[in-house]
Each structure stands twice: as C-alpha cells, then as structure tokens.
Ligand binder design. Structure first.
Ligand SMILES: [Fe+2]
Ligand SMILES: [Fe+2]
Length: 306
C-alpha cells in the first residue's frame, strides 16, 4: 500500500482512510514508495528526529518532521541552491518520463504509472475547460518537482518534497495540519517571524512570500527561470497547489494582493482535478502524447535547466 502524502488533504476521507491502512500495516511508505535518505542535497545530515523508530502514525510523523525543519533559513538555503538550476538539462516530457520510471521501479504496488496520474489531472481539466490549454498543461506538470527525491536532484527527504505547504517568515496559522509540531520549529519563538505579518506586510502579494520548500516551489522556479509563457495563473497554481491553509481554510488572506485573489479562483478549480487524479480512469498515453507535446512546445523552451 502506498501513501501519497501530498494527496492527504481531504481530512474526512482520503487522509483517514490511508492513515488507517498505514496503521494496520504498520508501515511508512511515503509518496509512491520513495525512501527517506538521511542526508540532504549538500551531503549534510538533516536534523534527525528518529524517523525510523516511530512508525505507528506515518502521516503525523511526516508532518512532525516537516514542521520542525521547514524554517525561514532552511527555505532560503533551498531556494538559493535549487534556483541555480544546475542539476539537469531536459525537456518537460523527459521529466514526465523520468518521474515515471523511478516510481515504477521503487513501487511495485502502484499499478498506474505516475504519468497516468499527471495525464488524468490534465485530461479531466481538458474535458471541462477545453479552451484553457494552459490549464491542461499546468495539470500535466504541476507535480514534476517531485524529482527532488531522485539522486540527480539531491535525493531530498519526503518532508522537503511533498505534503501541505505554508508560509515561513510569519506566524504558522492554526489551520495548518498538525500545527502543534511547529513549537519545535526554530522560528516559533523568534519575534521576527512569529507575528501575524512577520517579515511581510499587508497585501504584499504571495509572490513575495517564502513558502515551505517542496516540489511546488521548485517546479515554479524551474518554469519561471526557464521563461515559460504560461499565464500567471498557471504559475500560481504550480507554486501554491499544496497551500491548503489558503485554498481550503482561507488563511493568510491578509498577505494577498488583487492578482492573487484572481489567481486563487483558478487554483480552487484546479484543486478539484488534482484530487481526482487518483481515480481509476485509464489514459492511453500514446493517444494524448502529441497534444501535450504541442502544448509544451507552445509554452516552454525545448530544453529546460533543472
Ligand atoms: Fe503536488
Ligand atoms: Fe498533484
């Protein structure tokens, strides 16, 4: 059984069900079976909170480690390192296939390849919004940042790749899942970071807000720095699709500007299809591949720096 951590947002259904399975089987298999390495991209040991011994609640343990380590300083360092885009050179489609391959190898229980999940999201959107081709492409690529888990990308641990995201540099909102674990985050007692606005100001715009590090922000940086022509709403969706405190709970509105308010409407639409992507609808990859290649060509350079 695989626990797809970044799809554990629906508190009443998906989360409880998958937690139950994890508990029954007493296992911690995060996000398509990737293993949790002990060192970060720079060869340093991450703060070790004894992940291995406490597996009775995989999801809660995941968020405990996530909340302790995702600090303002950590995010700054990750953005700086990964913003260099010096890990790899490849096309968008090659990245889809890369993600696909690895998940196939590491998780024999996942019957659908990852690329089908990406295409399920994209195709479902395409059906309902046939004219918004940028949104179809956004569906296809929004999770590509999960390559952060792979050896060529620093093999980041799960807590630095998936899960719900949240702003750093200001107070952690109570609506963030397992909020209690923030008390061991170094920023929690820091007066520069633990007020409503922290280092930010009213209506400063989410563009100026640092988010906990993971596949969302990484893919956003990759798209932006490779000069994508995707509309702002597409970039917004990529960067904030795991920001459930915002798009589910309505927190942090005081940091938004007018453009964010517009983009949030699209994010809410997108989110429905993101959750739907775990459905059992089979997609014939070869059948739709040409369409998505044409979108990639329209909105991205042939090769991207990652
Ligand atoms: Fe995601
Ligand atoms: Fe997703």
């Amino acid at each position: 059984m695989t626990i797809l951590i970044d799809h554990l947002h629906e508190p009443g259904t998906v989360e409880v069900e998958e937690k139950k399975v994890a508990e029954e089987q007493n296992e911690l298999v995060l996000d398509a079976g990737f293993l949790v390495p002990k060192t970060n991209a720079f060869g340093h040991t991450f703060r070790d909170y004894d992940v291995g011994s406490e597996r009775k609640d995989g999801v809660e343990e995941f968020y405990r480690i996530n909340h302790i380590n995702q600090s303002y300083d950590f995010v700054k360092r990750m953005r700086e390192e990964y913003g260099k885009l010096n890990k790899m050179e490849m096309s968008i489609w090659e990245c889809c296939e890369l993600l696909n391959e690895v998940i196939d190898e590491s998780d024999p229980d996942l019957d659908d390849p990852q690329i089908e999940h990406l295409l399920q999201t994209a195709e479902a959107i395409r059906k309902d919004y046939p004219n918004e081709d940028w949104l179809h492409l956004t569906g296809l690529i929004h999770d590509l940042g999960k390559v952060l888990n792979l050896p060529g990308f620093g093999e980041l641990p799960q807590w630095a790749v998936v899960g719900d995201t949240f702003p750093v540099g200001c107070a952690f909102d109570e609506s963030i899942v397992h909020h209690k674990y923030f008390k061991d985050n170094p920023d929690y007692e820091n007066p520069a970071f633990n007020t409503k606005y922290g280092v930010y100001s009213e209506g400063c715009g989410l563009d100026n807000v640092l988010m906990s590090w993971g596949h969302d922000d990484y893919m956003y940086l990759v798209a932006k720095k490779n000069n994508t022509t995707l509309p702002q709403a597409g970039l917004f969706i990529i960067r904030f699709h795991s920001f459930y405190a915002l798009h589910r709970a309505g927190a942090y509105k005081h940091l938004m500007n007018e453009e964010d308010i517009e983009n949030l409407k699209w994010l809410k639409i997108f989110n429905k299809y993101d959750l739907y992507s775990k459905s059992k609808v089979r997609i014939d990859v070869e059948k739709v591949k040409l369409y998505y290649l044409s979108l990639i060509e329209k909105y991205f350079p042939e090769k991207l720096r990652w």
